[in-house]
Design a binder for this molecule. Structure first.
Ligand SMILES: Cc1ncc(COP(=O)(O)O)c(C=O)c1O
Length: 461
């Protein structure tokens, strides 16, 4: 196991498009990561614009066969304005899940007609705002939401374009909470789709554009995407016939996985779906085979989040101290020793610490053998604040000489981590740096200050 982990580290340093080593330090897109925490604070998220562009190019290429594809980046994966701007400059569209997320997209320069809006709860004022922005589509999650859209669009005298989100009843081999097309809270029953679509046709200010679904996140194989798209296409075809209409779009959602354990990694660690078998190409093939067998002229909308930003960020943490503790059995006998190494980032900074596998390296000693088995703890006064999935089960591997002050890096943390951070234990939320192009970087979010934390309690106006 040590060997596999260390071979992968060497392979990554030698071949990964993002990384290299210089003077024992880890470089990310040509930037020496060990220099950044002292300047911008620790823990620190570092995003790569080149990697975001490469990921989007990969998705575009995968869908090249179908020119009428609209890629809508799922902005909840990371909604930093600077990241949204990088995405916008590539020319793709965007997906949002609240009025404020829509506002973030607008602030980053997206137009209303480049935004699709999802969510099971869209408050009245959020719908009002969304309709006024003339979005590309609102994905309707329930009949009651549709009734609200009808009412608000008439009151505003503005047209709302909608897709109806349905549940195709297809399972996916991912974390249970990430399965969203089977027994999920989202969407309506397929059996109700005809009634709901008929209702839209009677609404003077609502335009029915198509159907929507989302199979799940970090889905490791293509089959569920193919199966669910077939269900969606069959439903759309039947509805077109029954209602005498022609849909303008079909939205198959997101879910393209990111490799957290790379294909070249022979070792273990973490849940099954951490080493997915597919990328954008296989996702596209599964979806397009079904859609294009039905219609080649329809807009295919996709909503990838993780695939766009997952591999585009690292988290820099500082090694603060270490200790050795004796493991006692209940009868008092000694089972062994556990080496602990404590970081300044815990689950406040890496919310997926329990479910996810991340490569963790010592960026200050990147070329040294990583063969010392340690448990990694965070700063929170919470018994659960230690990282669960290392290459040796609960244990991680660091160089034996690792010392306080070293910069320890978590790879592939670009999706859903920064976004879900908390300031539990009054830990500040992290700053973020963006590498615009090789070797060139800037601060795009400062670290939270103590004053920021108190503002909601002091400014009660
Ligand atoms: C409706 C919808 N679309 C897109 C996404 C993005 O998924 P992913 O980041 O896995 O591509 C999600 C994530 O939960 C979602 O709920």
């Amino acid at each position: 196991m040590h060997g596999h982990f260390d071979s992968q580290r060497k392979y990554t340093l030698a071949h990964d498009r993002r990384f290299a080593a210089s003077a024992d330090h880890l470089l990310f897109e040509g930037v020496d990561l060990t220099l950044l925490p002292a300047r911008f604070g620790s823990p620190l998220y570092v995003y790569s614009a080149p990697e975001i562009r490469r990921n989007i190019a990969e998705i575009r290429d995968a869908f090249a066969e179908h020119p009428a594809t609209r890629i809508c980046y799922a902005s909840k994966a990371c909604s930093l304005l600077a990241v949204l701007q990088v995405v916008r400059e590539t020319g793709i569209s965007i997906e949002a899940n609240s009025a404020n997320e829509i506002r973030r997209c607008l602030a980053a320069g997206f137009r209303g007609d480049q935004i699709v809006y999802n969510g099971v709860v869209k408050r009245e004022e959020e719908l009002e705002f969304a309709i006024a922005q003339q979005l590309h589509a609102i994905n309707v999650d329930s009949e009651e939401e549709l009734a609200a859209i009808d009412r608000i669009s008439r009151r505003l005298g503005q047209t709302a374009r909608v897709c109806i989100r349905v549940e195709p009843n297809v399972k996916a081999d991912t974390h249970e909470g990430l399965m969203t097309a089977y027994r999920a809270k989202s969407g309506i029953d397929l059996a109700d789709a005809e009634r709901v679509c008929r209702a839209v046709l009677d609404m003077p200010r609502v335009t029915l554009c198509g159907l929507h679904m989302h199979v799940g996140d970090q889905v490791p194989d293509a089959q569920p995407f193919g199966l669910a798209t077939r269900v969606l296409v069959n439903a759309a075809r039947d509805l077109e016939t029954a209602l005498g209409i022609r849909f303008s779009m079909i939205n198959v959602g997101g879910g393209i996985p990111t490799p957290y354990r790379y294909a070249t990694d022979q070792g273990g660690g973490g849940p099954e779906n951490m080493q997915p078998q597919i990328g954008a190409a296989e996702f596209a093939r599964a979806v397009l085979a079904e859609v294009r067998a039905w219609r080649t002229d329809i807009e295919v909308c996709i909503e990838p989040g993780r695939k766009v930003v997952g591999s585009a960020a690292v988290l820099l943490t500082t090694l603060v101290n270490g200790k050795s503790k004796t493991l006692h059995a209940e009868d008092g006998s000694v089972e062994g020793q556990v080496l602990w190494r404590m970081l300044d980032a815990g689950f406040n900074a890496v919310p997926d610490y329990k479910d996810w596998y991340f490569y963790v390296y010592n960026a200050s000693r990147a070329t040294q053998v990583h063969d010392l088995a340690v448990k990694l703890g965070g700063p929170l006064c919470d018994g659960g604040d230690w990282f669960r999935h290392g290459p040796l089960g609960e244990q991680f591997l660091l160089p034996a000489d690792s010392a306080p002050g070293d910069v320890v890096v978590f790879l592939d943390v670009g999706a859903y981590q920064l976004e879900n951070q908390t300031n539990y234990n009054a830990q500040p939320r992290s700053a973020a740096v963006l590498i615009d192009r090789a070797g060139q970087y800037r601060l795009v979010r400062r670290q939270e200050r103590f004053d920021d934390m108190l503002r909601l309690e002091r400014d009660l106006s």
